[in-house]
Design a protein around this ligand. Structure first.
Ligand code: GLU
Length: 867
């Protein structure tokens, strides 16, 4: 208000100068700031040339751009006030209406926005840089940025027509896409469908009023990441708050037509933006380019009028005009033509028109959004083109900020639909965005994002490949290819860390460990055998048992002969028999031993201490052996013994009946491909390479084949665990062949790798990852317990280790029996020699001589007594 009073005072109460001529100028504006700027601009030129005889008197109205009739009436009102020029309005809709009247009345019409109807012969002057020139700037930048294709995003017919020349002269592949408000009053639906094209380069042409919202919504749908580049054509880019996108990593380029920190700009802007709400930002940054152009255009008009007056070529005399009359103003065309021929230096640089009356000579500053805000990185001149002198990036700052702060970053995360790492939700509802997916990998990403504060958008690798290098094309496919091409920032799936992949991308710490194993049908029970009774003992034990039987029988024979007590009277009724017999003949010894082994009695009863000792130990032995046999036989009869046609990869590689394979191009196939000197792995790879039909496109296909055909599938142990939990006819055969893990992949030297690794470690330490595994492996999606039903074959034959002890006891017992039999013999000989006064040694030798005559089974009593 004070400012307006000030204008009023300056305009009407300044000391009167001789011959001062007051000339009215009209303005039709949409915004108060433009109206204010118009009055301010008039005041500025009046005070700048205060000693001249010309004074401009502003007369302005706020008009509704879409109400052409009212604008028409207001224009007529201005014409009746004898205006010498009209500025505005700022919309093509009402501008067309008043242009017709002003052309007819020959009143200069000054515009400050890009107007596609601009023609050479009009009374119209447009200070906005001409679009054909702006197009050249866009083309050069698109070339410089090396874009191969791009999407032009526009918000109205007017925006589209601005870029139509660009679209038709662009060498790159251009797609046009209009921003439409969706049912939620946002542009997210349009942006999401643009995102689905996979395009990452955008030219954004939209009004400044919606620009901030469009950028924010682009960020929300995941179009504001390191892979995305924007060229924003609106010359007021600097006036919006770009702080939320500063750390997004997206490459945002724009233009400006004046320097907001220029002294003149700041002075004028300070006077326009006086309200409290503008205090936080230096006013120059708030000044819109149209306001600056308006100020320049008033300056231009003033110069023209002044020059014409001073040169006395024309006497400028304003005239009252009526819309419904046929009169017009004589000086109008002269002023417009003079203005077109002038050159002045305004806020927006050199204001100069070409011979067609278009503003072609202007400088554009090229701006880029950096971590420190909007930065001037160069300029574009119509004569010399693009000149970039980007200030060096504060590397350290970039690094520190990047490494420590993932907050508010948005990543594109790519995954494969591989059970259970990434799956589509099974629901009848229509889901959108990340909501469509679930699985171990998705949950893990969710945990990481809430720990580190980043946002992410999931996209799918349609072909399901994790990443394989093609030596012929020199390219990677699958998830690794997507990371390398910049289609995604992170890849999470059953993505195995391999040396080859590690050489082109970075991996986080492994979040899961595994090894390659074989998926095959569950082992089958062996059909009962006729000779099952042999199974409880191993062959060694059986042989040893037979040998022991013979040895022990022989020992009884020997002990029997040595032990004097075993020589007994054959006829108990005859008190003094002539000879004695021994019950432990060879035949009887064998019979006695077998009788007790079979748990049957014989009529033979040992008499001597030695033979009784021997018999006791033998009975103990048979007791243990028979009990062990019986127990183990029971186990064999009750427990099914399961068998597989192979139990390791060597056996698998040696047979031909069962075919086998792995996922095509996966880490498992590559494990065999890179077999080196390992002959078994090489043999397996040879089979795989020559039987491509046995390789599968996915794990699911492998599982299906394993179930239905004679087929074994090489798979990673964690996935096997998942499969056998749900497919009860399948099992994992043999031990894991290697030891590796899954991790999240990202571009080489990514600054966020450490943060992600640290977060994974934390999730491991807190048991979160183990819980997630439990959830997806054991609880969700048809998990059953069939995995735990796989039982190892329980009954095994007893071998020497199991029964060796009892053989030892028998051995020691038998030796003891022998010793005792010698002692018995010696005592009997000693007793007899004492009675008969004979020499002990001689008698013992005699006895031994008899002992070794094994064929003699009868001992004469005389001899016995002599002895
Ligand atoms: N995890 C494997 C990879 O990253 C895919 C499955 C496989 O090869 O067994 O390629």
């Amino acid at each position: 208000m004070l400012l307006l009073l000030y204008f009023y005072f300056i305009n009407f109460h300044a000391p009167a100068r001789s011959h001062t001529q007051n000339l009215h100028i009209g303005g039709l504006f949409q915004h108060e700031t433009e109206q204010k700027a118009f009055h301010l601009a008039t005041n500025l030129v009046n005070s700048k040339y205060k000693n001249s005889t010309i004074r401009l008197i502003p007369d302005s109205y706020l008009v509704d751009n879409f109400n052409a009739y009212n604008t028409y009436l207001t224009t007529c009102e201005l014409l009746q006030k004898s205006v010498i020029a009209i500025f505005g309005p700022s919309s093509i809709h009402s501008s067309l209406t008043i242009q017709t009247i002003l052309d007819r009345k020959e009143i200069p019409h000054v515009e400050t926005y890009w107007d596609r109807k601009l023609l050479r012969h009009d009374c119209l002057l447009n200070l906005h840089p001409h679009s054909s020139i702006m197009t050249q700037a866009y083309l050069e930048i698109v070339d410089k940025w090396n874009w191969k294709s791009l999407v032009v995003i526009y918000d109205s017919e007017e925006s589209l027509s601005k870029l139509s020349i660009f679209a038709s002269s662009c060498k790159q592949r251009v797609t046009l896409s209009r921003l439409e408000l969706d049912m939620y009053d946002t542009y997210r639906t349009s942006l999401t469908s643009i995102k689905k094209t996979g395009e990452t380069n955008f030219i954004l042409e939209c009004s400044i009023e919606i620009l901030e919202a469009v950028l924010r919504q682009a960020q929300q749908v995941g179009m504001m990441t390191e892979r995305h580049s924007y060229l924003i054509t609106n010359l007021d880019l600097q006036t919006i708050d770009l702080a939320p996108f500063q750390f997004s990593g997206a490459n945002i380029t724009g233009f400006r037509i004046f320097n907001p920190e220029n002294e003149d700009v700041m002075t004028i802007a300070d006077q326009i933006y006086t309200q409290e709400k503008y205090k936080e930002i230096p006013a120059g940054w708030l000044l819109k380019h149209r306001t600056a152009l308006l100020i320049d255009s008033v300056d231009l008009l003033y110069h023209a009028v002044l020059d014409l007056t001073l040169s006395e070529q024309v006497v400028i005399k304003s005239q009252i005009l009526y819309c419904n009359a046929t009169n017009n103003w004589d000086s109008g065309h002269t002023i417009v033509n003079y203005m077109k021929g002038q050159t002045i230096r305004g806020l927006t640089g050199i204001v100069h028109f070409d011979n067609e009356g278009f503003r072609r000579d202007f400088d554009l500053d090229i701006l880029e959004l950096s971590l420190g805000g909007l930065l001037r990185i160069g300029a574009w001149y119509p004569s010399t083109g693009l000149s970039l002198h980007r200030p060096p990036k504060p590397l350290e700052v970039v690094k520190i900020v990047d490494e420590t702060n993932l907050v508010n970053k948005t990543f594109t995360v790519i995954t494969c639909l591989t059970t259970p790492y990434g799956m589509l939700k099974e629901t009848t509802q229509q889901l959108l965005g990340n909501d469509r997916f679930e699985g171990f990998g998705i949950d893990l990403m969710d945990e990481l994002s809430s720990m580190l504060g980043f946002n992410y958008t999931i996209i799918i690798q349609e072909d399901g490949y994790n990443g394989n290098y093609n030596a012929t094309t020199g390219e990677w496919n699958g998830l690794i290819g997507a990371i390398l091409s910049g289609k995604a920032d992170l890849a999470i799936a059953d993505l195995t860390v391999t040396a080859e992949r590690e050489s082109v991308v970075d991996f986080t710490l492994q979040f899961m460990n595994l090894g390659i194993s074989i998926l095959y049908k569950k082992p089958k029970p062996v059909p009962p055998s006729l000779f099952m009774f042999v199974s409880p003992f191993s062959y060694t034990v059986w042989i040893l048992l037979v040998v022991t039987y013979f040895v022990v029988s022989l020992c009884f024979f020997v002990m029997g002969r040595l032990s004097p007590s075993e020589w007994t009277n054959p006829f108990p009724c005859v008190e003094e028999p002539e000879y004695l017999i021994n019950q432990f003949s060879i035949r009887n010894s064998l019979w006695f031993t077998i009788g007790s082994l079979m748990q049957q009695g014989t009529e033979l009863a040992p008499i001597g201490i030695s033979t009784r000792t021997g018999a006791g130990v033998w009975w103990f032995f048979t007791l243990i052996m028979v009990s062990s046999y019986t127990a183990n036989l029971a186990a064999f009869l009750t427990v099914e013994t399961l068998v597989t046609p192979f139990s390791n990869i060597k056996e698998l590689s040696e047979q031909t009946e069962i075919k086998y394979g792995a996922k095509r191009g996966g880490a498992t196939a590559n494990f065999f491909k890179n077999a080196g000197n390992d002959s078994v792995r090489s043999k397996i790879w040879h089979f795989m390479a020559t039987h491509d039909e046995e390789m599968t496109e996915s794990n699911d296909e492998g599982v299906d084949r394993t179930e239905k055909q004679h087929y074994a599938f090489f798979m990673e142990s964690t996935t096997i665990e998942y499969v056998i939990e749900r497919h009860c006819s399948l099992a994992s055969i043999g031990a894991p062949l290697d030891d590796k893990g899954y991790a999240i992949a990202m571009k080489k030297n990514s600054s966020y790798r450490n943060d992600l690794s640290a977060a994974i470690l934390k999730l491991q330490e807190t048991g979160k990852i183990a819980r997630l595994k439990e959830k997806w492996w054991k609880e969700k999606r048809g998990a059953s317990n069939c995995g735990s039903q796989i039982s190892e074959s329980a009954a095994t034959p007893l071998n020497l280790q199991n029964v060796g002890g009892v053989f030892l006891v028998l051995f020691v017992g038998t030796i003891l029996g022998f010793l005792i039999s010698f002692i018995e013999l010696a005592m009997r000989v000693y007793g007899n020699t004492k009675k008969s006064k004979q020499v002990f040694k001689k008698q013992l030798i005699e006895e031994m001589k008899f002992f070794i005559q094994f064929q003699k089974n009868v001992k004469s009593v005389k001899q016995d007594e002599e002895n």
